[in-house]
Design a protein. Structure first.
Length: 402
């Protein structure tokens, strides 16, 4: 029987990186992710993990180290939060454009100004267009499992993967975690085979300036221009959907745990109204759905696990048979609505799916959001839909808006 320990989300993340046999860890502290790399430093110092631990002067440098080490063939890891992720913005593009299979934890935290150290998902949502796969975890078990899966996914499609989980809500909260067997992890996750290997025997230029058009190199071989490179990145992200699902199924076969591929569902078979969100708010929504069912409201939950690439087809299948959708988001696309709300609406475009969709902005900067409050929001939305208010502007839950 697999060993079970009580641990924080950050401990689970560090253990997931250790089990994945990372070779380079880049570290820079920022709340609430700091203990992830601190724990990894203890593994390395004690000899439990054979890896290079590199302390840097900034988050930008942390990801630069990962880009460099991955380019020369190492399996790399780092973690960050909030302003640190924003400071990495340039290198996020560089990692994706270089097609490097970096795995990084984003321990979600609100961004300034004003300052907050508490949780929402604005940091990772703001980086959705950088070319990274984004996976959102609902509990500490999913964190450790997703990091292991993340390396297999990343090294299959040569794309970076961001494992996102809510700061303090999971990073510092202790839960039972079943530790994957190290030998099974080694079987599941083969050694990294880099697509770029630098050596004196095979010199090459990495990421030179490209012209807008395709151009022959010194040997006369036609090479891609900038636009072809962008097309291939987009194509790889699209194709990664199948890889993510297949990896999840392979993991379930090896370890007995299935976290749902691109999304997960709870009591949706007969649901007349579906609550949805990402990360811990989706978990809280399952308790709200249970409350509503006790009142006779057939409520269910769809948790969006993978935000990039967006699970368009899966979302259509999951929501098609319900009567209404209520979306709870710990972030907002300023000037419009919640980013997840926009994505779900876009997924329905061109189909026969015509559903009232209500959007709630919740939990920004760590403001508490309880299951009973989510349930009450659903009641209000049902009343509004009945009265003909099919798609109002986003509502702010637990916020003074006057």
């Amino acid at each position: 029987m697999a060993e079970v320990q009580i641990m924080t989300g950050n401990q689970a993340a560090a253990l997931g990186a250790k089990l994945s046999h990372v070779q380079v860890v880049a570290a820079y502290p920022i709340t609430p992710q700091t203990s992830v790399t601190e724990i990894l430093s203890q593994f390395i110092e004690s000899g439990e993990l054979k890896a290079e631990y590199i302390r840097v002067e900034s988050e930008h440098s942390a990801l630069t180290v990962c880009v460099s080490a991955s380019t020369v063939g190492a399996r790399v890891f780092t973690s960050t939060s909030s302003q640190g992720l924003l400071y990495m913005h340039e290198q996020l593009h560089w990692a994706a454009g270089s097609r490097l299979p970096i795995v990084m934890c984003c321990v979600n935290r609100g961004v300034g100004a004003p300052w907050t150290i508490f949780n929402d998902q604005q940091d990772s949502i703001a980086q959705r267009d950088t070319g990274w796969i984004q996976i959102y975890c609902r509990d500490n078990q999913e964190i450790i499992d997703s990091i292991i899966q993340g390396y297999r996914i990343a090294e299959s499609v040569y794309l970076p993967v961001m494992i996102c989980y809510d700061g303090f809500v999971m990073s510092h909260t202790m839960m039972p975690v079943q530790i994957p067997d190290a030998e099974l992890v080694s079987d599941f996750l083969p050694p990294y085979k880099p697509h770029t290997i630098l050596s004196p025997e095979t010199p090459m230029n990495i990421n030179p300036v490209l012209f807008p058009w395709r151009r022959a190199n010194a040997e006369g071989v036609m090479c891609d221009g900038y636009m072809e490179m962008r097309f291939k990145l987009q194509k790889a992200l699209g194709e990664s959907r199948d890889v993510i699902v297949a990896t999840g199924k392979a993991f379930a076969g090896a370890f007995g745990r299935d976290h749902g591929g691109l999304l997960w569902q709870y009591k949706t078979d007969d649901a007349e109204i579906i609550l949805t969100g990402m990360g811990s708010v989706a978990t809280e929504a399952t308790a709200a759905a249970d409350m509503l069912r006790e009142e006779g409201v057939r409520a269910g939950v769809v948790g969006i696990r993978v935000f990039r690439p967006f699970p368009k087809e899966d979302a259509r299948d999951a929501f098609r048979k319900t009567d209404a959708i209520v979306i709870f988001e710990k972030g907002i696309s300023y000037g419009y609505e919640g980013a997840l709300c926009s994505e779900i609406k876009a997924a329905f475009y061109g189909t026969d799916i015509r559903l009232p969709i209500h959007n709630y902005i919740v939990g920004l900067g760590g403001r508490d959001v309880k299951a009973r409050e989510l349930a009450e929001a659903v009641r209000l939305s049902r009343d509004a839909i009945t009265s003909g208010d099919a798609e109002p502007a986003p509502k702010w839950l637990n916020c003074i808006t006057e």
